[in-house]
Design a protein around this ligand. Structure first.
Ligand code: SF4
Length: 376
């Protein structure tokens, strides 16, 4: 099993909350595509097998690329790698890019899953975040995608927005569910320092949301989605049974993957590497340079254990003490069980046949619990 990620580092507009790597100017796109195709070739032996089970175009905004651009990238991919039968092939897209013609082009290229960045069904919130589309355009985009044969669709939504009430959030969730998509990814707004919001916060703007509001919105999210038949299979992700994001699930299960493009990360089972987060440097180093365009680190046993705990605990499949024992040894397994014990007693975690999962209230402090279980 292995995954393949392609990072498209362009967006048409800057969303004020966004901390991903992208540039809003596409003028170096031809060189970028050349560099990405070159990287695919240079790293054809990174994975132990050329057969991948998931292919994911993320960003940035992959739908900022034309069908011809995507076709060129896929052409290089198919020369070096192949997809297993029934592979999941995802494109992240913004609603305003999804015309009928574009959607049928995507189908023709083999994409079978879309992750649509909707973020909100309220036009004021969308404007406040500097999104390019309206709520109605987002709804129309989902329906158009379904009409064009995409039934495997994720939509992204943001909650914990300062001016958004619990009842507004409930309306957004009901709108999302009315679209009958099998997957929702939901994120509490966080203000990162290098974003537009982060800079405004540094100048004194208040983005705080009372904790009881955040908790009420998370509770509502979980209740509404579970009642509608979605599984809360990862802290931020809900899916109809079996329709999980196979690509992201592979990350959480430590399955190797290769990442192509600026800022993309890769993992081969024993080491991690990450590409330079700078478009011009990435192009320069791949097309003309003699320096590496990436950094690499071999993971220590403690780092591998921490990664396993961090990612597995976030999922409904949980952290298996037997797996900890098998992969990292008795000392780590005993350490994990000892550190988890207070959280079990206080109802933040559940345990069944040595598999530890977060309870609902545990999910609210997942990062704190995980870091407490880490070996430092
Ligand atoms: S949220 Fe998506 S579309 Fe907006 S700037 Fe970030 S990557 Fe681009």
């Amino acid at each position: 099993m292995a995954g393949f990620y392609v990072h498209v580092p362009y967006c048409r507009q800057v969303c004020y909350y966004c901390d991903f790597h992208f540039r809003a100017a596409l003028k170096d796109k031809p060189e970028m595509l050349m560099a990405m195709r070159k990287e695919m070739g240079l790293r054809k032996d990174y994975l132990s097998s050329p057969v991948v089970h998931t292919l994911y175009f993320g960003g940035g905004t992959p739908s900022a690329l034309s069908i011809a651009d995507l076709s060129a990238l896929l052409d290089t991919f198919h020369r070096r790698y192949s997809l297993s039968s029934g592979a999941e092939v995802t494109l992240e897209a913004n609603p305003d890019d999804l015309t009928g013609e574009y959607l049928s082009g995507l189908r023709g290229l083999g994409f079978n899953r879309l992750s649509i960045g909707i973020q909100s069904f309220d036009d004021n919130c969308l404007r406040w975040m500097n999104r390019r589309h309206t709520a109605q355009e987002a709804i129309r985009a989902v329906k158009k995608a379904q009409d064009n044969g995409f039934d495997n669709i994720n939509i992204d939504l943001i909650y914990g927005i300062p001016a958004m009430s619990v009842s507004q959030w409930e309306r957004h969730l009901k709108t999302a569910l009315s679209l009958d998509v099998p997957h929702l990814s939901t994120y509490h707004l966080t203000i990162e320092s290098r974003t537009v919001f982060g800079k405004r916060k540094n100048r004194g703007e208040d983005f705080s949301v009372p904790e009881r509001e955040s908790v009420a919105q998370f509770d509502l999210l979980s209740n509404i989605c579970e009642k509608a038949g979605y599984e809360h299979y990862e802290i931020s992700n809900f899916a109809r049974p079996g329709l999980y994001s196979r690509h992201n699930t592979a990350y959480w299960r430590q399955i190797p993957y290769i990442g192509i493009g600026p800022s993309a990360h890769s993992y081969d089972g024993t080491s991690r590497q990450w590409n330079v987060s700078h478009n011009a440097q990435y192009i320069e180093q791949l097309l003309h340079g003699h320096e590496k365009w990436y950094e690499r680190e071999i993971l220590t046993v403690s780092e591998s254990y921490n990664d396993y705990v961090l990612t597995s605990l976030r999922t409904m499949w949980g952290t298996d003490a037997a797996v900890v024992h098998k992969k990292f040894g008795k000392t780590f397994a005993e350490y994990f069980v000892r550190k988890a014990a207070p959280y079990l007693r206080q109802g933040y975690m559940n345990e069944q046949t040595a598999v530890y999962t977060l309870s609902h209230k545990g999910k609210l402090i997942a990062d704190r619990i995980a870091s407490d279980l880490f070996v430092v």
